[in-house]
Design a protein around this ligand. Sequence first.
Ligand code: PLP
Length: 446
Amino acid sequence: MRFASTRRGCEPVSLSVALRQGLAGDGGLYVPESWPRLTPRAPAEDLPALAREVLQVFVTGDALEGLLADVAREAFNFPAPLVSLDAAHGLFALELFHGPTAAFKDFGARFLAAALARLGAGQGAGPRSGESAGQSAGDSAAARPLHILVATSGDTGGAVAAAFHHRPGVRVAVLFPEGLVSPTQQQQLTCWDDNVSSLAVRGRFDDCQRLVKEAFADAHLRARAQLSSANSINLGRLLPQTVYYWAASLALQRSLGRPASFVIPSGNLGNATACVWARRLGAPISSIVLAHNANRTVPDYLQDGVLRPRPSVATLSSAMDVGDPSNLERVTALYPDATALRDAVSAVSVDDAATRARIRADYMRYGRVWCPHSAVAAEAYTRLADTAASGPWVIVATAHPAKFREIVEPLIGRPLDMPANLARLFERRSSYVTIDATLAALEGAL
Ligand SMILES: *Cc1c(COP(=O)(O)O)cnc(C)c1O
């Protein structure tokens, strides 16, 4: 299998080249060239075995083929439980927050890190070079270290830092906006050492993102290091996310005999794209609902067919504060016009007041404590028509509520227990460097 750019401006590449490059040479995003129908037989709860089966087709003929079993075992070493919320209505929660930083991003970040480490991170194609795997083997860039740059507004940086920490041959720089992340988030972004550096940027999230883009475009920096991205533009984060959609939908198909529908808390649409891809590859999935907060670019696009990216607005579900979702380009590559897209997915926008009310209501009703992101999906679910007839329905729970205890505890009126994985991060010492929002300052720090 090869992967083509959504913009069709460069040659398709193999998976390992796509992982190293992050972004395609023409500025587009890599997507599979074809969509075989898969019929995996592994038990739904055996994520490493399922991952081997459903990802095999993407690595055939690539340097990753012989490494897939090890990468899958390492990336999927924590569960994704499907928990019944309301058996009579066929309502479930898919808990994706049992990894090292208690958010779904751990799956993709760990897969990407495990794959790059085994590929020999310091070798091969530089970013945007557009060359094929064969050409890259003798690349003179072999000696350049791999630098992963991540701009984060909260969750991504922690997951990527945790996944790459202590990996030889890879350095990670996490850029976050100084003073604009929660205390809990800041600890997760800054509790690393060794090959991970945390940079507090004097500016906003948009400045962090701009700096990363400027670094990618800077010839001087790229001569010294291979730069890659671990944001969800990287295919290495998206493909492994299809695995938990396979697992949940196969479990429900096998036990209830019906395809499942998913409501997904969405920002950059990385998680939702994985669900759309799993369905395209044959997973027994019926409806897919994109649950957005007040950043309503996608719901508006589905409604009136005009795409209007805009600056993001701050909400309680901060990891979904995206005004110009990058992975929409991958979804529209499959469903090019708004009519086709409307048949494939639907979208709902939920404001902060309704999110707060949903956290209270579902705690009273089910004893379930949502994080603010998962609560957006839980609220979106209540606004759908005919859910009783069309089930089973799965609300995707993207983070552990204790990550957002400052918001959640006052709403439910009790303290939350820290899960052991998060507690471990809080035992670590925090350290970071503060820099101005300029490329010169970033270069100095790197
Ligand atoms: C990143 C994140 C999201 C949004 O995921 P996308 O793939 O960007 O749509 C939702 N919830 C949580 C907790 C996140 O960290």
